[in-house]
Design a protein around this ligand. Sequence first.
Ligand SMILES: Nc1ncnc2c1ncn2[C@@H]1O[C@H](COP(=O)(O)OP(=O)(O)OP(=O)(O)O)[C@@H](O)[C@H]1O
Ligand SMILES: [Mg+2]
Length: 298
Amino acid sequence: MQLEATSIFKTYEKRVPALVDISFHLDQKGIFSLIGENGAGKTTLVRILCTQLLPTSGSAMIDGLDVVLDAKQIRERIAAVPQEARAVPWMTPVQTITAYLMYRGYTHADAVQRAIDTIRKLGMEKIENQKNRKLSGGQKRKVLVATVLASEADIIFLDEPSTGLDYISRKELWGLFTSMKSERSIILTTHYLEEAEELATSIAILNKGKLVGFGSMEDLRKLSKYPYSIKVSSPNFEFDEDTGEAIHLPDGVTQIFTYESNVHKLVNNLISRGLRFSVQEISLNTIFENIIYGGSNR
Ligand SMILES: Nc1ncnc2c1ncn2[C@@H]1O[C@H](COP(=O)(O)OP(=O)(O)OP(=O)(O)O)[C@@H](O)[C@H]1O
Ligand SMILES: [Mg+2]
């Protein structure tokens, strides 16, 4: 999928702008993740890209099609699960998917067949004929994801599909996303940064309507001053302050942020002193905190 956003602005009812000058270029398959705090503008951007909302100014193109001028053609290629979507309680998963596919233009017989095939492919046959209201929160969410997967759309928008789910249910959803990402492009918004870090090829970070970070994890790490984190199981580990920064965590661990060139020296020092430690590249959580809350690691 190619996605090109050029200077998108959106202001609702003359209030504070929800999106300010958003521009980026993306050319990839797989998962593109949008992250940002509540009210950052994620849903607004998703709704513009999936032709549900007009930008105040600026433009967006998906595979060469304009989201305003070519909305009809784009709608044939996309499927979306909005943030507020809920599975209809009195329908079963098969009925839910069938209804959606008929709405997209399939005959009843084709829609039922596709619904059953998708459910079986996703290993959800045990619940296929139960009422949605009897399913757990995670299963209900899987039904919605299955609905868009059953369609022929090759670009899928999922706005916070995993919010509120427990760890295991989220992991199950991640499995679904991973299984679809070789054939489809997915635009995924999430508040679980480890989800974006694990699944996404590219990530956009929005803050108060502005794009404040964009690219792969590797690109985003470059926005931070220190791309490595070393956790030392000692509350008073001393090191040369010119080579990084240390914070003391409540559990007695010292976390050091440092440069790649300094990791080797620090590790040798830690080994010679017999201290326990672990070395990681900084996580998306750290990058996000640095960008949004202006941590010193910038
Ligand atoms: N229909 C609307 N009318 C007026 N203002 C809106 C509307 N939808 C969103 N906004 C405002 O636009 C801004 C961005 O909202 P948006 O829903 O895009 O954020 P979000 O990043 O999706 O947040 P969340 O993580 O809470 O879902 C917020 O200030 C919000 O109050
Ligand atoms: Mg939202």
